[in-house]
Design a binder for this molecule. Structure first.
Ligand code: AMP
Length: 144
């Protein structure tokens, strides 16, 4: 299993630094975020070190995803929040600070003030079709 001795989440997995663990199995660990955006804010991580989601073996990602419904239900039950955001950042440009794949489960309440700018734009004529074609081509011929 690949680990990174400099990675804070690998150190949590190894038990070298403490975390408020709520769930673990052979492949997945969930614990409270140390800087919660809301009470009950969880992080769900693979035990093995991968920096970004697209680097993960799909079966491991599926393993992690299988844990999400139960974890979300438990957080909602305990916090009483009516909703939650599932957030997963990849790369510094996307707000990723810790370079070990993690899913945030963030309980949400009406008017809690959390959020981000959703600056929706629109495509100029022809651009959406071009992107559609190029993405479909990229899927058909993924990089080695
Ligand atoms: P991201 O910006 O998606 O990389 O989020 C990283 C998250 O990890 C932040 O919400 C931090 O509060 C959280 N975090 C960093 N160090 C720890 C730690 N030792 N224990 C629990 N959560 C942590």
């Amino acid at each position: 299993m690949q680990t990174d001795p400099d990675c804070v989440f690998c150190r949590i997995v190894a038990g070298a630094i403490p975390a408020a663990r709520v769930f673990e199995n052979d492949h997945v660990l969930a614990f409270l975020d140390i800087g919660p955006l809301a009470e009950g804010h969880l992080l769900v991580i693979p035990r093995e070190h991968y920096t970004r989601l697209e680097q993960m073996p799909p079966d491991l990602l599926a393993c992690l995803a299988r844990c999400l419904p139960d974890l979300a239900r438990a957080v909602l039950a305990v916090t009483g929040a009516p909703g939650y955001n599932l957030l997963q950042n990849n790369g510094r440009a996307a707000g990723q600070v810790v370079g070990h794949v993690h899913f945030h489960i963030i309980p949400r309440n009406e008017g809690d003030g959390l959020g981000y700018r959703w600056n929706a734009s629109s495509y100029p004529p022809g651009r959406a079709g071009e992107l559609q074609r190029r993405i479909r081509d990229a899927l058909a011929a993924p990089p080695a």
